[in-house]
Ligand binder design. Structure first.
Ligand code: SF4
Length: 484
């Protein structure tokens, strides 16, 4: 296959890098929007382009190839992409005046949803590539190099995970000691507000062996913490080595055995898929962190039914209770949508009461905004914008109060912190508690990648501050009393 560093050269300069000379490295800038799955995908695109001669750059002005890895979840997602593409067009024109060709690609869920419309509305775009086709990037860029405008939003039969290049050790190390691994894509739930089933398709799970091999490679390069990710991760049902589908609980148990991996997390989960083996994993695996993101969206059964969430408030609370009985120190975060069509004051009051009943350690909350093509967008009784804003304000106040209370209970306690990188001040490192709180500690730079016991001495709105506790490094969190 031709290397693509000759294919994105300016017309008439094919094979010659304008900036770096013959066969010099080309640069790719990937801008990631949205969730962790897009961050992971961006890394895998960079990994797949590296053998083709592309080095990553943090600045688009510097790049020969710019990829916008887009998200369709937020309001007016497509319009935001088009406005970003306006900036990219200016950048492309400036480069052309210097005799340099910049290729503009759009990837991610907006690419999947909009397809050819993107090139029609933004002719500066050379390539539109959907999330299932990233392994084809070299071939697609070759077509771009031949002057084609290329759109690939298919769901190919081949498994992209078999074909995406693995990261180099250097790239893995540069990304830090905590890594995401996609184990599942797509969703079969069809919540009436959500575009994921349309943009990412039906649920597909990676085989256990493939996941374990990727985790082992990451561990070998120094990664200590793995977050298994998927749009509906706890619906995981990948083929196990015994030829049968494995649950996420079994997969976690297997991944926990990979040497070097000290911490495990997973996200994002559906409450209806918290099955027995997954709950048991929280009891049996010391490395599985006691912090679960479990979106509920609303506290009202009427609204949950309209959202097609397939669970009730009581189901959700029952799951929380079973998790707490299994792992007493577990804490929860969640997602909420306010102002879903038909949401009344009494529905919203139930959402507020749920926040206090669970005592979330954190949560994301949004005003409902209709996504074209979803059933929610067609529903009558859309809630006025001012009412949504008022409810969001009140909900966030309740969430903040609960989060502050959770953090306050951490004060004076000691728990294990995984040190990730230097902090803001000299001699300081920043790490993560078992509950994903950033913790600032004065510690030697050599401790990056280590897990050590830290006593929390101070809390602020967004961080904890602590000192290294005396005694040996412990292998598991010790914040058992936080929920007491
Ligand atoms: S379960 Fe999550 S990803 Fe699936 S449709 Fe509902 S909100 Fe979207």
């Amino acid at each position: 296959m031709r290397r693509i560093n000759e294919l994105v050269a300016p017309h008439g300069l094919r094979g010659t890098s304008h900036r770096t000379g013959m066969n010099g490295p080309r640069k790719v800038h990937i801008k990631s929007f949205g969730c962790q799955m897009n961050v992971y995908d961006s890394h895998r695109m960079a990994d797949t382009l590296a053998p083709e001669g592309f080095a990553e750059t943090a600045t688009p002005e510097d790049a020969d190839l710019v990829i916008l890895n887009t998200c369709h979840i937020r309001e007016k997602a497509a319009e935001k992409v088009y406005s970003e593409l306006g900036r990219m067009r200016v950048l492309k024109q400036a480069a052309a005046r210097d005799g340099r060709r910049v290729v503009i690609a759009v990837a991610g869920c907006v690419a999947q949803a909009e397809g050819e419309e993107i090139i029609r509305r933004a002719p500066a775009v050379d390539l539109v590539v959907g999330p299932q086709s990233y392994h084809r990037l070299p071939a697609l860029l070759a077509r771009v190099g031949r002057g084609e405008g290329v759109v690939d939003t298919e769901f190919p039969v081949e498994d992209k995970f078999d074909l995406l290049a693995p990261p180099s050790r250097a790239a893995t190390r540069a990304r830090g000691v905590s890594a995401f691994v996609t184990v599942q894509e797509g969703c079969d739930k069809f919540c009436t507000f959500c575009v994921v089933p349309y943009t990412r398709g039906a649920e597909v799970s990676r085989p256990v062996a493939q996941v374990v091999a990727e985790v082992a490679r990451l561990a070998d390069a120094g990664v200590r913490e793995i977050t298994l990710i998927g749009q509906n991760v706890n619906a995981y049902h990948g083929d196990g080595p015994d030829g049968r589908p494995w649950t996420l609980g079994r997969l976690l148990e297997r991944v926990a055995q990979v040497p070097g991996i000290a911490r495990l997390r997973y996200t994002t989960s559906h409450p209806g898929d918290m099955e027995a083996s997954l709950i048991a994993a929280h009891r049996d695996l010391p490395g599985l962190m006691p912090y679960l993101h479990l979106p509920v969206q609303s506290g009202s059964d009427r609204v949950l039914a309209a959202m097609n969430r397939r669970h009730t408030r009581a189901d959700y609370l029952d799951t929380i209770a079973r998790m707490r009985a299994t792992r007493p120190d577990i804490a929860f975060s969640s997602d909420f949508i306010v102002g879903f069509p038909g949401e009344r004051d009494d529905d919203f009051a139930l959402t507020l009461s749920l926040v206090d009943e669970v005592g979330f350690a954190g949560a994301f909350s949004f005003k409902y905004s209709p996504r074209p093509g979803t059933p929610g967008a067609e529903m009558a009784e859309q809630v006025p914008e001012e009412l949504k804003s008022d409810r969001l304000y009140r909900l966030q106040a309740a969430i903040d109060r609960n989060q502050a209370s959770f953090n306050a209970r951490c004060l004076g306690r000691s728990f294990d912190v995984l040190f990730e990188k230097p902090g803001r001040y000299p001699g300081q490192l920043v790490g993560r508690s078992p509950y994903l709180q950033p913790v600032q500690v004065m510690a030697a730079p050599s401790m990056v990648g280590e897990i050590a016991a830290v006593t929390i001495t101070e809390i602020s709105a967004n961080s904890l501050f602590g000192t290294l506790a005396d005694g040996p490094v412990r292998a598991r969190p010790t914040l058992a009393a936080v929920e007491a």
